[in-house]
Design a protein around this ligand. Sequence first.
Ligand SMILES: Nc1nc2c(ncn2[C@@H]2O[C@H](COP(=O)(O)OP(=O)(O)OP(=O)(O)O)[C@@H](O)[C@H]2O)c(=O)[nH]1
Ligand SMILES: [Mg+2]
Length: 333
Amino acid sequence: MMDPICLVENQNSQLTVNPTALEILDKISQPVVVVAIAGLYRTGKSYLMKCLAGQNHGFPLDSTVWSETKGIWMWCVPHPSKPSHTLVLLDTEGLGDVEKGDPKNDSWIFAPAMLLKSMFVYNSMSTINHQALEQLQYLAKACVDAINSGAVPCLETAVITLAERENSAAMQKAADHYSEQMAQRVSFPTDTLQELLDLHTACEKEAIVICMEHSFKDDKCEFQQKLMDIMEKMKENFLLKNEEESLKYCQAQLTQVSEPLMEGISKGTFSVSEAYILYSEEINKVEHSYDLVLKKGVKVRNKKIGEDQQLVLRVFVGTFEKSKMIGLPVYVK
Ligand SMILES: Nc1nc2c(ncn2[C@@H]2O[C@H](COP(=O)(O)OP(=O)(O)OP(=O)(O)O)[C@@H](O)[C@H]2O)c(=O)[nH]1
Ligand SMILES: [Mg+2]
């Protein structure tokens, strides 16, 4: 169990948050009950907090008449009666210490304690006296005024900021999952476009579940919609990559299967009288070999010569038809 730690420091009327204390709060994954205590100085607040924590040691106590606790101190302990809950105790600097001079100091300490707590204890010695009630009323008013003037971030703003931070992180986590899974599961090029679209749908579903699990108060599904837009853009890129990979593969295969034809051309095989027959035979062989190539992907070959010029194997037919280019096209389905 940790020792108490200063959460908000108060030095020369300047409040600063201790980053180490924030890290401790960040690491708490259990639900928390936050109890804050305020009241006049030297009235036993720290002592009461120590009793709530069920400890013999804890927040600094002393027997002088000067205020001992400075700023806001935090103590995280297991909740004594709620299993799997953390009790966060916030002990505040004593109010009304004339030595501190500026009474504004009191409301600056009181306001964050009021904002952070789920239960607030106003500590008063013996019976609750009129002065204590007036003090509480004054402080509550000062706190509300500060919130309204924007000087202190109000709880609603804090919740919105927190939700935005959590939801952005949830969206990023989900988008990362989508791109990682797509990269892992898709073997480019896919045999069909549908195969790729099916994988996209599966990864998209998983990403939405992750986003919903980690988001917080995304009532209007704004972050989920942003995630959908991000994934749509990523899908377009995967579709393009699939086409590029298929095209590359087809080109390489076509070059390979047409090697004998190209060799025939360079040897002048088609420069004889029956060149056209020989040439047609070679073209048929190329077509047949190319038909036998597996897993060509989304780019496939059109058997009709000269229809589409997406991918063209151009052959120069020597003396048979000087300067005529004949295309063997491949096109997108
Ligand atoms: N007799 C008696 N002494 C107490 C009681 N509560 C606290 N004390 C003592 O009073 C002194 C001040 O108590 P703290 O708990 O430090 O008071 P505090 O309100 O936290 O003081 P600041 O932080 O300075 O505002 C300490 O010496 C305590 O041991 C109590 O109920 N009875
Ligand atoms: Mg104290």
